[in-house]
Design a protein around this ligand. Sequence first.
Ligand SMILES: N[C@@H](CCC[C@H](N)C(=O)O)C(=O)O
Length: 314
Amino acid sequence: MSISTDAAGASGALSALAGLPFAKGHGTGNDFILVADPDGAHEITPAAVAALCDRHRGIGADGLIRAIRSERLPEGRALLETEPAAEWFMDYRNGDGSVSEMCGNGVRVFVHFLLDQGLVELAGGGSVTIGTRAGIKVVTRSANGYAVDMGPWSFIFPDHAAAKSMDSVVHADGLEVPRPALSISMGNPHTVVALAELEELAATRLYEAPEVQPLPEHGTNVEFVVPAEPLVADGAGSITMRVHERGVGETQSCGTGACAAAAAIRYWAGAGAPDDWQVSVPGGVVRVRFLARDGAEHVELSGPAVLVARGTLV
Ligand SMILES: N[C@@H](CCC[C@H](N)C(=O)O)C(=O)O
């Protein structure tokens, strides 16, 4: 596969990337362009990312992920001081060229790409430690693809959340009235809105970014979720979700969003809520588990990772 960077309409921003190999992959339909730039030899500007992610004039993707050695980035070097195993850093950019701290589907596809490129090994019950702007993430194989220890979740507005269990208000096109919501950090920001019916979820229009009050400092991803009725089947909680991603728009899936959605529903459900969750998104199903690890509650995300093409930027 050969893609002309001129066709992407931003030849200035892209010409420096000519000759760079890329792969295209996805995790439950959340799709990414992946490039290996081990030594940080390439400047990948926001304009270049936006041009490559353009679905009509570029390769098309929700985001671009650069594989770079942690030692080649200041934020990676900072991580290496305490986490020497984090050899590779996931440099994640949204489709509009903006940087995000973390991507849950992306980190699974990233490890799949590193394996494909022969840059890491993941034998037997082994693990790979990845550096991200939201700290290290440890990735193992799982029955459904890859499992990622996402670390703990937290409230973005802790005082409000503790007092009211909701701390935000969201309005989206198609909803008759603004809805209460809860803002949760998975390293990146999320605001979760629970709806009662799947029909209401389907009627919500996500072409435009929903209005969120108060808006987290660096913007937010917004998840609209419908808990199953009954909530728990076969020991696992079940949620259907759609998402509007910061820096992208509506996507087929969002891994960090699924974690935030499960955390919010579990928090609202209170004592006795399950630790194991199945989150159905337009692009498939991911699993979220809450585990006690190192004296803290960690979130584990698991799901598939697929590569569909390899090519070279020209
Ligand atoms: N789709 C990703 C999240 C990507 C980043 C997000 N748009 C942001 O700006 O935080 C996921 O799977 O987590």
